[in-house]
Design a protein around this ligand. Structure first.
Ligand code: GLA
Length: 375
């Protein structure tokens, strides 16, 4: 969903005053990952697209010496003397993303000026569509307010805000695609070299997310555990990262550590196979395999996500489906013939409602451009 500059600017002025010439609009997209899940923090490969679901941060100057921010999404407001931002402590809520980014900007030599901000995101929270990275990137752009920054610095600065201040040891995928995506394409990211290339998707392919409506907050501590388990597997194998491990080596590991490593090594292979696939059906088959691996070896799925994938499998015109994002709730991503979308929506809605008593939110993905100022 795309909001107009005029409506965002009007809402900003209703809160903070000023004229429309004073208000600037910055935007950053959510993302859906097609394949390459839980591979970014072991320097592997990922293939996300940016969505038209967007986090907007509007900005105007103020003369109070404060950074002030209001969130349209939860109605809360926060204020800090801008010079004190480097010493603010985490609150354990949404404002940590704002302060975390401000701190990293200070550290990187971009002091944060007093300003009024308003956050309005159309990305569902906790749905695995990267509302956090979008908030970080849109906030960074609003605080930079036109000061130039290399794209990779922006990406890494936002990731550090999340790693250090918010306390999630996430990889680089979400911030990267949020900044560098190009409309109409997916982005293959090498999470070691931090190089990427745009990937054209087949014409006959519709990408549809189905939200299980299970919020993935409880996955936070499990995410940390997975990152630690991957580090343990890496150390046992004596490789630089799991990116470098071969399946024969993984076979020598035992127990849970072996399962985690097997997922990562096989998933990196699936990203490469997906890029070389000659048909949408072949891509879809890789998605089903990815899901099975995330469920059985990596242990990050849940009953609702598994049910959504199984329901999709039985529907005419669907090539493949898998959970997407960190897991423990959130969305599945489904690849299908464009003509199959209407039937898919109806069947999934009815099937999920019958089984779980909840309406799943279903949306057709529009591969969109990376973050920037909205004119
Ligand atoms: C979350 C993290 C990403 C990535 C995915 C799983 O979205 O923020 O860095 O690890 O989970 O692929």
């Amino acid at each position: 969903m795309v909001l107009t500059t005029e409506s965002l600017s009007d809402a900003h002025r209703r809160k903070w005053g000023g004229s429309s010439a004073d208000v600037k609009v910055y935007r950053a997209p959510g993302r859906v990952n097609l394949i390459g899940e839980h591979t970014d923090y072991t320097e592997g490969f990922v293939l996300p697209i940016a969505l038209d679901l967007t986090c907007y941060v509007t900005r105007s100057k103020n003369a109070s010496g404060e950074l002030r921010v209001v969130s349209e999404n939860n109605g809360q407001e926060r204020r800090w003397p801008s010079s004190a931002l480097p010493v603010v402590q985490p609150m354990g809520d949404w404002s940590d993303y704002i302060v975390g980014v401000a701190k990293e900007l200070f550290r990187a030599g971009y002091p944060v000026e007093p300003a009024n901000l308003r956050v309005h995101s159309t990305i569902p929270l906790g749905a695995g569509l990267s509302s956090s990275a979008a908030l970080e990137v849109a906030t960074a752009l609003a605080l930079l307010d036109g000061r130039a920054i290399p794209a990779l610095d922006l990406i890494q600065l936002c990731r550090r805000a999340e790693n250090r201040f918010v306390g999630t040891p996430c990889g680089v995928m979400d911030q990267y695609v949020c900044v560098k995506a190009e409309a109409g394409t997916a982005l293959e990211i090498d999470c070691r070299t931090l190089e990427s290339q745009v990937v054209r998707l087949p014409e006959d392919l519709a990408i549809v997310t189905v939200n299980s409506m299970v919020r993935h907050e409880l996955g936070q501590s499990a995410y940390r555990t997975r990152v630690a388990e991957c580090a343990e597997a890496r150390d046992k194998l004596g490789v630089r990262s799991l990116r470098d491990a071969r399946m024969e080596q993984v076979d020598e590991l035992v127990g849970v550590i072996q399962q985690r490593a097997r997922h990562v090594v096989s998933e990196n292979g699936r990203v490469k196979a997906f890029l070389q696939a000659e048909s949408s059906a072949a891509m879809g088959a890789l998605c089903y395999e990815s899901h099975a691996s995330l469920r059985d070896d990596f242990g990050v799925s849940c009953g609702e996500l598994d049910a959504l994938v199984e329901m999709a499998r039985g529907i005419e015109g669907v090539y493949g489906a898998r959970m997407t994002g960190g897991g423990f709730g959130g969305c599945t991503v489904n690849l299908m013939r464009p003509g199959a979308v209407a039937g898919f929506e109806a069947r999934m809605r009815a099937g999920y409602r019958a089984r779980f008593g909840v309406d799943p939110a279903i949306s057709i993905c529009v591969p969109s451009a990376g973050a920037g100022r909205q004119a």
